[in-house]
Design a protein. Structure first.
Length: 188
């Protein structure tokens, strides 16, 4: 059990008989006789819906242990992504709503950490950055003095905005939280 003021992003909790993952948590201490408030954004692990809620800071909430297992991404069908444990060959499926927009970057045999709560897969932990190849973009412009961006299609089909000097075939580093260009990867 933890108090609501101790909620942190990434925790799994049981509240009102529902499993939630804490996406964001912000504690605001009270003044005088007013108690503090913990504002949080929660992801319902059963339905995949998000919920914003304010808890009294002293409210006790049951926290659940998260197990993290490195698994290989296998394939995707209509709305599920399938992963396999390379040691036990056990396969699990996660819905696209639990993975978010970064799921489109998954390629077969990509090793990623899958989170489990009570032996049930509930999400994946994407790395902070990923190196991806540009499949198609407009020809580079070298005359531009200020930084302007142009659209580029990545190997996986996702579109991202990149600087004008990037050309087709370049490898770039992408920030997965914002899905934005960070820098160009030097290849030999």
């Amino acid at each position: 059990m933890v108090t609501a003021s101790q909620l942190r992003p990434g925790m799994a909790i049981l509240f009102e008989h529902q499993l939630y993952k804490v996406l964001a948590a912000d504690y605001h201490p009270g003044q005088g006789k007013m108690g503090g408030v913990a504002h949080s954004r929660l992801l319902n692990l059963t339905t995949g819906t998000q919920w914003e809620h304010s808890f009294r800071s002293d409210l006790r909430i049951e926290d659940l242990p998260l197990q993290r297992v490195a698994m290989d991404f296998l394939y995707q069908d209509s709305d599920h992504y399938y992963f396999m444990n390379p040691e036990t060959f056990e396969q699990v499926a996660l819905s696209a709503s639990l993975l978010g927009p970064q799921a489109k970057l998954l390629q077969p045999d990509f090793r990623i950490t899958v989170e489990f709560v009570q032996e049930r897969p509930v999400g994946v932990v994407f790395p902070d950055t990923m190196e991806v190849r540009i499949a198609d973009t407009a020809p580079p412009l070298h005359q531009q003095s200020e930084t302007t961006f142009k659209p580029a299609v990545l190997d996986c089909g996702v579109e991202a905005m990149v600087p004008q000097f990037i050309k087709t075939g370049d490898v770039i580093r992408l920030d997965l939280k914002t899905m934005k260009y960070m820098d160009r990867v030097k290849t030999r």
